[in-house]
Write a protein that binds this ligand. Structure first.
Ligand SMILES: O=P(O)(O)OC[C@H]1O[C@H](O[C@H]2O[C@H](CO)[C@@H](O)[C@H](O)[C@H]2O)[C@H](O)[C@@H](O)[C@@H]1O
Ligand SMILES: O=c1ccn([C@@H]2O[C@H](COP(=O)(O)OP(=O)(O)O)[C@@H](O)[C@H]2O)c(=O)[nH]1
Length: 933
């Protein structure tokens, strides 16, 4: 059933079984990647470094182990990577790698100025940098801020050159911008909010005051990143934007070049929509991110929160694939990051690391080593960790001289007042505990306010007995991965906060804790310190396997491969989406024709757009359907044109149409065409006489029940149908209730009734069988022809509406292209009605036609006929039977003069689309203007 397929949000390949599905494509891609890697490994990358790549620096597809090791110390070169499977072929037949442009606020190196034109480049600290340094299969350039204010030309030029050697391209942000964008909007607003940390009230008020200027700076900075990307972008590149600093970047990039492949990945948690909705710029940020082709998160939870924010805040459709906006899908998925585990494992063999290990072992001989490695950030739960350690010492005096906690607290964002406060707070607690439990020769906590170099850090990981990760929230937490990678011989225990993304992947091997529960944390420390070797071994093996298989390399390959595939998928989708209505052509043909028929829907076609310009939804106003004020004049002009007949065909009841259109010279068809009148005349019932409405009361009963129990839902009782609407309810609750309601209807009141249930995106409608706009149109036409003094055949039809799939039969009714194909049952039924209509018309012509045209009597016999192929070519039958003066056909419609158009839908049987009623307004305005000229 094509309609069913159209209605499912997944659509895509379901159209075409010859096209592999997304999953099939991704699996194949994965296989290719694997076999390509093992082939390269077997061949030892014969000519690995000979050929020049797109950057002309000599690195080819994959690096041999030897090359890899040679570059071990040179972390930055680890960025030189290439896509194996997404390369494209060069003229010489070799694969040219796809370039990856990594855009992140922070470059993997921070620059320190040594002289007017000389620079020191130091590796930046943080999970994002660590993870991407481990990605070494792509050909990547990194675009970002070098963490330094450079205002002079010599400085900018020399730094650009120095960074170019590391494949880095700087974005120069001035001090004030950094202050507003980075310290302000990023780290004082987004960072705490995304980690569920509300600021203290007085800070929040101060922040609220400076919010607008910080947000403006944020957008400005994002545009500056975009400008640099645009400058360096080459066709075919993949642009991968990172983190909360750059939520506007996808939008800026796509505005510049809609063909660009853009992915965005968030390294922090994405909070519940309840948190996100407190942000004044909540909608703008979401929309900007949705411009990306692929949006990635560390965990399914974060992805789910994001989709839910888009549905709840923007009112968009969330699907298992992502977020849909007018047919445009932004794919949303979880891509848990990993580390370059090999690098850590191999590091343990380096002399420098061995030396450190020995030193540490001697230094802490006889004591168990507990370790915390964090940026000094409030999300890391450092005070909670230290307080729990204090409690453990308090309750276990025997352990006081047998355990030491080494806390590496790397200074970070030191210009932000909250971070300054935290430093003081942590120092104070550490001092107090060391004072309380320390001796002349030893202290229980060694607290370092500085970062360590890679060998020192690896050595620390290796000698640790218990690692403590107590983040209050943490996107992933790579420290926990790194610890596991370095524990092959010791098999130490990992105590891990359940609020770190890593808890989802390392949860089985770690001891999971709630860092807010100091008592639980303290007893977990005791448990970990006394854990049996057997249990430690089992737990470690589990985590070690995960860390060594889910690497940063895998992470990046999967993301880029899905990003490439998302674009393929989008192309497949758009193949099935009708094009936009060519308004100019539609108007031109209108002007050239002699007898035009305009069939217009009402709701969401001629009404004001509901959520234009991000206005808050006003349920009461919206429920009262009103003609768009800008349409009044154009509609009057068009209606007064003697060569034009306008029909408003709506599901609304007669009163609504009377109120809105009573003053125009047109036809009104209410309740999907069951009632019809020409303004000035009386309403007629075109409803088949034998239409049974016995079911109405029991359905009404069910609708009442659900309306009472679903806040902000409502139902409309029409004469021929009932509609339960849950558009304004809580989106998820509304969906659940509608499922329940449907199940209840099917098994109860309508199980034997001759009714149809039509599901809208947020409504459930119950109608008598056969009530559709398409089924009504022939009767409407019959009346029009009968009542109007039609002298020339209709030679132009424009049929526009935001119709439910069920009512889209109206589009095919007129379609001249479909007239030649064998008609489906629906059309033969229409033709059958036509037989009757025609005979009624003759009655009318001879003066006996009743005002109300009831067509039911002959229905059964005619419908039987319709079952055969006799009436297959309903179109010619229609033309034959419907005649105007002197026996000429009522319709003389050429394909070029037929414009069917769905409004605000992407899957439709209509030939064309229009985005919203705003587009309908401008179309009708132009049409009226041109016709009156
Ligand atoms: O650049 P800074 O402002 O100094 O901050 C350092 C980084 O901190 C955040 O790291 C996150 O990314 C990690 C890897 O995905 C993840 O494991 C961790 O949980 C996150 O906190 C931040 O997201 C980065 O942008 C910063 O560079
Ligand atoms: O002295 C240090 C302490 C930490 N790190 C690195 O900083 C990263 C911290 O990442 P994580 O995901 O744990 O948290 P983030 O700081 O990104 O929030 C890890 O890769 C550590 O190896 C480092 O290079 N030197």
């Amino acid at each position: 059933n094509p309609t069913q397929i159209l209605q499912t949000s997944g659509i895509k390949n379901s159209y075409d079984s010859t096209v592999p599905s997304r999953l099939e494509r991704l699996l194949r891609e994965r296989e290719l990647r694997k076999s390509s890697k093992s082939q390269n490994a077997n061949e030892g990358i014969r000519d690995g470094n000979k050929d020049s790549n797109v950057f002309g620096n000599g690195n080819e597809l994959c690096l041999s182990d030897g090359d890899r090791r040679a570059r071990e110390g040179e972390l930055i070169e680890g960025l030189a990577v290439s896509s194996l499977t997404n390369g494209f072929e060069r003229q010489d037949g070799r694969l040219q790698r796809q370039r990856l442009l990594v855009v992140a606020n922070r470059l993997p190196v921070s620059a320190v100025r040594k002289g007017e034109d000389s620079w020191n480049l130091e590796v930046s600290v943080g999970g994002l940098v660590s993870a991407l340094l481990g990605v070494n299969e792509f050909e990547a350039n990194w675009i970002g801020w070098a963490g330094v204010n450079v205002t002079d030309e010599i400085g900018q030029r020399s730094l650009t050159e120095a960074l170019a050697e590391k494949r880095c391209i700087p974005v120069f942000l001035d001090q004030e911008l950094v202050h507003q964008y980075y310290n302000g909007y990023c780290n004082n607003i987004l960072w705490p909010l995304f980690h569920y940390l509300p600021l203290p009230q007085e800070d929040r008020l101060a922040t609220t005051r400076s919010f607008q200027s910080q947000f403006a700076a944020y957008k400005e900075a994002n545009q500056m990143f975009a400008d640099v990307v645009n400058e360096h972008y080459q066709e075919g590149d993949v642009v991968w934007c990172h983190d909360y600093h750059l939520m506007f970047l996808p939008k800026c990039l796509k505005e510049y070049n809609s063909e660009m492949k853009v992915g965005w990945f968030l390294h922090t948690p994405f909070p519940s929509s309840e948190i996100h909705r407190t942000l004044p710029s909540r909608s703008e940020l979401l929309r900007a991110v949705l411009a990306a082709d692929l949006v990635g998160f560390h965990t399914y939870d974060y992805a789910r929160h994001f989709v839910s924010a888009c549905t709840r805040i923007l009112g968009l459709e969330g699907t298992p694939e992502g977020v849909e906006d007018q047919g445009q899908l932004t794919r949303v998925a979880a891509f848990p990051i990993g580390i370059d585990s090999d690098r850590f494992i191999r590091a343990l063999e380096l002399p420098a690391v061995k030396y450190h290990i020995k030193e540490l072992q001697e230094r802490f001989a006889g004591r168990k080593v507990m370790l915390g490695v964090d940026r000094l950030d409030m999300i890391k739960g450092i005070p909670q960790k230290i307080l729990a350690f204090e409690k453990f010492l308090e309750e276990n005096p025997d352990w006081r001289d047998k355990v030491v906690l080494l806390q590496i607290a790397v200074p970070t964002r030191t210009d932000v007042p909250e971070y300054q406060k935290l430093t003081c707070q942590v120092h104070e607690i550490v001092g107090r505990i060391n004072g309380r439990f320390g001796t002349l020769t030893a202290v229980p906590i060694h607290h370092l306010d500085r970062s360590l170099d890679f060998p020192a850090l690896c050595a620390l990981y290796a000698v640790t007995d218990v690692a403590l990760v107590t983040s209050l929230r943490d996107g992933m937490n790579l420290v926990s991965y790194e610890f596991v990678a370095c524990q092959a011989s010791k098999k130490g225990v990992l105590i891990l906060s359940e609020f770190a993304g890593a808890a989802q992947s390392l949860g089985a091997g770690a001891i999971l804790v709630n860092p807010w529960n100091i008592t639980e944390l303290a007893s977990s420390i005791g448990y970990a310190l006394t854990m049996s070797a057997n249990e430690r071994e089992k737990r470690h093996q589990h985590n070690f396997l995960h860390v060594t298989t889910h690497t940063s390399q895998e992470w990046a390959e999967t993301f880029v491969s899905e990003l490439n595939d998302t674009v393929v998928e989008a192309q497949l989708r758009t193949r099935h989406i009708p094009p936009q209505l060519p308004s100019e052509v539609a108007i031109e043909r209108y002007l050239q024709s002699n007898n035009r028929l305009l069939i217009l829907g009402f709701n969401a076609t001629l009404t004001e757009p509901v959520d234009a310009q991000g206005r808050r939804i006003d349920q009461l106003k919206e429920m009262e359907l009103k003609l768009h004020p800008d349409l009044k004049e154009p509609l009057r002009t068009l209606c007064n044109d003697p060569k034009t007949t306008i029909v408003v065909l709506s599901g609304s009841d007669r009163n609504v149409l009377d109120e809105n259109f009573g003053e125009y010279r047109m036809w009104l068809a209410a309740e999907h065409g069951m009632f019809l009148r020409q303004t000035g005349g009386n309403w007629m019932t075109t409803m088949p006489e034998n239409l049974s409405m016995d079911w109405v009361d029991s359905v009404k009963h069910v609708f009442e029940y659900f309306t009472e129990r679903t806040p902000r839902s409502h139902f409309e009782l029409r004469e021929t149908s009932l509609v339960w609407n849950y558009k304004y309810t809580d989106i998820e609750f509304g969906k659940l209730q509608s499922k329940d309601l449907l199940q209840h209807l099917w098994t109860g009141p309508i199980s034997n009734a001759s009714v149809e249930v039509v599901q809208g995106s947020r409504s459930v409608e119950v109608r008598a069988v056969g009530v559709t706009k398409g089924a009504a149109i022939d009767r409407i036409l019959g009346e029009i022809v009968h009542n109007n003094d039609v002298k020339t055949p209709i030679d132009y039809v424009l049929c526009i509406g935001h119709f439910l799939a069920k009512d889209e039969d109206i589009y095919s009714f007129f379609d001249p292209d479909l007239s030649q194909v064998q008609a489906p049952t629906m059309r033969t039924k229409i033709a059958s009605h036509l037989n009757r209509s025609t005979s009624n018309h003759s009655a009318g012509k001879s003066g006996h036609r009743p005002a109300s045209c009831k067509v039911g009597q002959q229905a059964s016999t005619i419908d039987k006929k319709a079952g055969s192929n006799e009436n297959a070519n309903w179109w010619s039958l229609f033309r034959d039977r419907m005649t105007v003066h002197e026996g000429s056909s009522v319709l003389d419609l050429k394909a070029d003069n037929y414009f069917s158009c769905a409004v605000g839908r992407n899957c439709s049987l209509a030939r064309y689309l229009l985005g919203s009623s705003a587009d309908v307004v401008s179309l009708l305005k132009d049409m009226a203007y041109n016709s009156s000229c």
